[in-house]
Design a protein. Sequence first.
Length: 291
Amino acid sequence: MIPEPFEYHVPKTLEEAAQLIAQFGEDGKLLAGGHSLLPLMKLRLASPKHLIDIARLDGLRYINEKDAYIEIGALTTHYRIESSSLLKEKCPLLPMTAREIGDVQVRNKGTLGGSLAHADPAADWPAAAVALDAELKAVSTTGERWVPASKFFMGLMATALNPGEIVTAIRFPALPARSGDAYLKHRHPASGFAVAGVAVRVTLDEKGAVESARVGITGVATAAYRASAVEEAIQGKSPTARNLLHAASHAADGVEATGDLYASAEYRSHLARVYTERALAAAVERATASR
Ligand code: FAD
């Protein structure tokens, strides 16, 4: 199918983009990499009357280190994140996640901000964002605010963004000492999206016990979630295989898993536990090697 007719706008500045999206309200949509929105438009599941193409706002394409944080412009592509040597050293979870997304064409066009704003329940980025307690900067004609990832994903393709807000940057905490990251996913055999995707950061104390663990899970429920029960179960413990297995058994606690033709809710919950155990083990191995 071809999309319904729309008017195409190319703002030259962020301010102009914010004015346009405020002006058109529900009739307007931002276009970033277009790799989620355009397929929806072609299927006529989305029919915006005004398309506001922000892809040329080059000021929103950057990766910067700021104190203990890494700040990434919303228009930074998955590929740029995947190939960033700064991120490989300072926040390896992000390149690990980026390389799991789609194929090279998708990674060359799709953007971090677009993926987070789209909030597909099977997208990869939300797992890393909730695991690391990322913050998203939302800008509109009336001001700007930082929204924590824990409050950003509200449900199926629903976010805390107010009408007229544009995500301009995302801030992630850098990798502390004695820490390791891991992102592992069970790919849907047709779409490649996450049936279950688990992002983990483990920090060990000086004796090698788990000082803290952060676990974000995507694909399993209508929105990515932080697996707090896993984190609590492993905190302060020695990261033995048995303790990791026990902690991972809580990966779907309190979660209403979704089911579909490929994976029942029960199977998704099972995958969440299996991939959490594997991701914890991989992160612990990296944290141990960094001590
Ligand atoms: P767009 O499609 O341009 O926009 C998506 C939505 O977000 C729109 O509603 C738009 O208005 C809004 N939006 C965009 N930017 C902003 C902003 N800065 N502020 C506020 N709202 C904004 N994703 C995965 O996670 N894992 C996969 O395995 C995967 N496989 C894929 C395979 C294929 C074949 C395709 C086509 C896509 C796949 N994707 C996958 C999705 C891909 O990662 C998209 O790039 C991403 O989800 C959306 O980013 P985008 O920049 O293309 O956003």
